[in-house]
Design a binder for this molecule. Structure first.
Ligand code: BDP
Length: 705
């Protein structure tokens, strides 16, 4: 098995079964582009795979002993009345399994398809219970963002080149795009933005609008709508105008026209994603217009067609400043809070989960607590940009849940991030989530079999943020690797230990991920953090470490939270240890709540984290023969890499802090590697030792060249 089928393998069940199955499938719409038609095909394929039984698909027939799939209104038309007892919201569905009689009814066609996948997921896991329930999504926006470039490369893509683009055009063979849509609809994602947020204006030239139209065509049968990222300066670059000022009448006409061209080709187009005034991208601030002026420009163009605008809050400008003491964490609230209430109703401000940038540990972005009259969505990252780039196992839902379950206490009332982004807390009409995914042409999609649990879990959580991380993982494991309990237990144990382990060896106590910040975002390079203008600072010196973000003494960031939360973070005593260095600058000898000093915690955590990563190898090896060899070997290769790389991480970071602080490790481990042979201690033929910079890139600062 190569992983291409991901969790939709429909593998034969190992044990026999005597469950009554439907005798036929009735799909209440048979037109090719209809998700209900797709649902009929999928049920046929799934039952064939799991049970080896070929059922026929009809579009009419007797309800008893059939699996009927369609919308509620299609069902009423065919059978006279609706059996659905609960209220269905947009994309919701009703599933009623009574032995061989199965009703799968969606509020819309997409919902019906979701229901079909749900029924198949039960069967594939050997679950033959009779059930009867309705389920509705937590929020209407459950999107994917792909950072694919027109040349076929992918920004922070770790699974090969783009399945959508090559050489400036949309590829002719869209089989993989269609297979991707199938995976996405099975986890109830309803739209995908296909091009990078650092957008290229050529994406919306006449030829490429036709091209992305073809992508939308292969998405449509799966109920996935297409979205596009825009380059704010397109009116100049593509339209030959002399400005891209959002209030300029010519610019307004330009975007109205582009929007019309897009909807002419893609009538169900989902909307725009906009990264403006960020990391060098053009935007409204260039013309002294507000970010709301920028967002509303697109909102007005797209509103007549029912589309929406996802406007990213990832706006900061430190790159040109010589003074790097300003705190980038403050930027989102500084820019967006004053504009609350000024965004049109079809704009959603898309906010990264933390105030910096997808780090291993961040507090929830305070912007979620500062936009009371604006729609919001959370931005997550399935692509493990800072988190090991799919070469390290890091199961992300526990991290995501930490943020989504955080109570911001707006107006001293319960204000969980998840209730803010769904629109519930502030009674907003729209909201939801987007995840940066970046699948590529690799058969494994993300470059790693185990990383796919993050994609699966994202869809499950976006539907219901209260779903349990471990249960989701176990469903995914059964669907991906089969029903062997040892396999399920082992993958659960490894995955649930993986985020804490990565945090332990890559950046603890809220220091952020101490990796190379300049280019790769992979592997240890703590020195780059304090020597670049990117704002991911640790402020480590010889005696102390951490970024003082208090109001009383620091950058004032803690004051961006509502009073109860601000007070907690302002005070060293009440700040949780895992965010201590995010909010406070302390001596290495500062005692944690555990009683340990900061520096000793560093040492211990790095050894513990690396040890956990070593254990993943033996745990995985114990599964030999219990899963297919191809995937067993692939994963083993990655786990061996992670085990080695976690030691590289451990030693680089502990040496760095040992050197900078001069404080020894109580356990005497740091600097002692009894079993290691240094390259420079070998007999060198054709190599010379040299002193490396930064020093932590090699043990004892010495490498060979
Ligand atoms: C950073 C990535 C960069 C993205 C940026 C963003 O390194 O490639 O363009 O985020 O989200 O983390 O816009």
């Amino acid at each position: 098995e190569n992983g291409l089928q991901a969790w939709l393998r429909y593998a034969p069940l190992p044990q026999g079964h005597n469950t009554p199955l439907p005798l036929s499938i009735i799909a209440l719409n048979s037109s090719t582009n209809s998700p209900v038609n797709t649902a009929g095909q999928e049920l046929q394929k799934g039952i064939q795979g799991i049970f080896g039984k070929q059922l026929s698909v009809f579009n009419t027939g007797k309800e008893t002993s059939s699996a009927v799939v369609g919308t509620v209104s299609q069902f009423q038309k065919a059978f006279g009345s609706s059996p659905v007892k609960n209220k269905l919201e947009e994309d919701g569905f009703w599933l009623n399994v009574k032995g061989s009689t199965v009703q799968i009814l969606g509020q819309n066609e997409r919902g019906a398809l979701y229901g079909a996948f749900e029924y198949l997921s039960m069967l594939a896991q050997g679950n033959f219970s009779n059930v009867e329930y309705a389920t509705n999504p937590a929020a209407p926006v459950r999107w994917i963002n792909s950072w694919d470039n027109m040349d076929g490369s992918i920004t922070r893509g770790f699974g090969g080149n783009s399945i959508f683009f090559a050489d400036g055009h949309v590829v002719s063979n869209l089989t993989r795009a269609s297979e991707y849509a199938r995976l996405l609809s099975s986890i109830r994602i309803n739209a995908a933005v296909v091009n990078d947020v650092n957008a290229n204006f050529t994406t919306i030239d006449p030829e490429n609008i036709q091209g992305v139209g073809r992508i939308a065509d292969v998405f449509r049968p799966y109920g996935i709508q297409l979205g596009l990222s825009l380059d704010f300066a397109s009116p100049m670059e593509l339209g030959n105008l002399s400005t891209y000022d959002p209030l300029d009448p010519g610019v307004i006409v330009f975007w109205d026209d582009i929007t019309k061209q897009i909807y002419d080709r893609i009538p169900d187009f989902a909307g725009y994603l906009v990264k403006a005034d960020s990391e060098g991208t053009p935007g409204p601030l260039v013309y002294n217009r507000t970010l709301a002026d920028g967002a509303n420009l697109f909102a007005k163009a797209i509103d007549p067609f029912g589309g929406i605008v996802m406007y990213r809050a990832f706006v900061y400008n430190l790159l040109n400043e010589s003074d790097w003491t300003a705190d980038r964490a403050n930027a989102a609230v500084d820019y967006f809070q004053p504009l609350d209430g000024q965004f049109d109703d079809n704009v959603i401000v898309q906010i990264k989960y933390g105030p910096i940038d997808f780090q291993v540990r961040e507090p929830a972005s305070p912007l979620f607590a500062n936009l009371l009259e604006t729609n919001t969505a959370i931005e997550l990252q399935v692509a493990q940009e800072y988190l090991g780039q799919q070469c390290h196992l890091v199961y992300l839902p526990p991290l995501w849940r930490t943020i989504l379950d955080f109570d911001l206490r707006v107006q001293n009332q319960s204000s969980l991030v998840r209730n803010v982004i769904t629109g519930e807390r502030f009674k907003r009409p729209l909201g939801g989530s987007a995840a940066v995914v970046n699948v590529g042409l690799n058969d494994t999609w993300l470059g790693s079999h185990l990383a796919m649990s993050n994609l699966y879990a994202y869809g499950r959580l976006a539907w219901d943020w209260t779903s349990d991380s471990e249960e989701i993982l176990q469903d995914w494991t059964r669907l991906t690797f089969g029903l062997d309990q040892t396999v399920i237990d082992t993958i659960t144990q490894m995955s649930m230990a993986s985020w804490p382990a990565y945090e332990n060896y890559s950046g603890n106590l809220g220091e952020q991920t101490l990796n190379d910040i300049l280019y790769t975002h992979f592997g240890p390079n703590p020195q780059t953090l304090d020597n670049t203008p990117w704002g991911q600072w640790t402020r480590a010196d010889h005696t102390s470490i951490g970024m003082d973000r208090t109001v009383s003494n620091g950058t004032g960031f803690s004051g961006q939270y509502p009073p109860e939360v601000a007070a907690m973070y302002e005070n060293l005593e009440t700040t949780p240890d895992n965010l201590l260095l995010w909010f406070h600058h302390v001596n290495y000898t500062q005692k944690l709540k555990s009683g340990e000093t900061v520096i000793q915690h560093f040492y211990d955590a790095h050894y513990e984290g690396a040890e956990t990563a070593q254990a993943f190898v033996t745990m995985w090896q114990s599964l030999e023969g219990k899963i297919d060899d191809e995937r067993f070997e692939d994963v083993l290769f990655r786990q061996v890499f992670q085990a080695g790389h976690s030691i590289v991480w451990r030693d680089a970071i502990v040496n760095f802090y040992n050197n900078i602080s001069g404080i020894p490790d109580d356990a005497g481990r740091v600097g002692h590697h009894p079993f290691r042979i240094e390259a420079e201690s070998m007999e060198l033929r054709g190599y010379e030792p040299y002193v490396v910079s930064p020093f932590e890139a090699a043990s004892n600062s010495i490498a060979i060249v």
